[in-house]
Design a protein around this ligand. Structure first.
Ligand code: SAM
Length: 173
């Protein structure tokens, strides 16, 4: 009986994880994490500091925000559409001890567009398809001096500074 219960719990967990992967991939980008080295390189490139706020649209496991808070003293906000990775990001932030500095929201980027208003830095690691959807509104919504970091995928109609990779880092002012 115990073995059956363990098996059932494992099955439910695996199903939840698998559905979350599908949701991520279908919504705009599969969950592939930025490496710590790349995150730091990008955050140094925009001179992130402790008086600033960074928004990670599609925050995955929350690692970008944890590094931004722990290493740069910045406040962070993440949005994540995939239930598994949303919960993982919440847990990671909790265990990192950076909860006072970081908020994670569940949902689609398009329902959290307003977060851009308060951001000094926006971090994106999303596929071309969703970058094309974001481009028309995000540049209009930014406050003055806000910078956008995009890992690997550039915007089509805006020219950014390119830091050679792999992966390439695009910075838009
Ligand atoms: C390539 S991962 C990047 C994760 C993290 N930003 C990093 O760089 O390590 C993209 C994440 O965006 C999430 N995502 C994709 N489309 C989204 C959408 N429309 N709204 C919110 N999150 C989305 C996926 O679930 C996935 O976790």
């Amino acid at each position: 009986m115990i073995i059956q219960i363990i098996f059932l719990v494992f099955l439910i967990f695996a199903l939840f994880w698998f559905l979350s992967l599908l949701i991520a991939a279908y919504s705009g980008a599969p969950t592939i994490y930025s490496k710590d080295k790349i995150i730091k390189k990008a955050l140094y490139a925009v001179n992130l500091n402790k008086n600033q706020k960074i928004v990670d649209f599609g925050c995955g496991n929350g690692r970008v925000l944890i590094i931004a808070s722990r290493g740069f003293g910045a406040r962070g906000v993440g949005v994540e559409i995939s239930p598994f990775y949303y919960l993982l990001a919440k847990l990671n932030v909790l265990f990192s001890g950076e909860s006072k500095n970081i908020k994670i929201y569940f949902g689609n980027i398009r329902d959290h567009e307003k977060l851009v208003n308060g951001a000094d830095v926006v971090y994106l690691y999303l596929l071309d398809k969703i970058m094309r959807k974001i481009e028309p509104w995000i540049f209009n919504a930014l406050k003055k001096n806000t910078k956008i970091i995009s890992i690997t995928f550039p915007f089509k109609n805006h020219k950014g500074q390119v830091y050679d990779g792999p992966p390439k880092i695009y910075i838009y002012n």
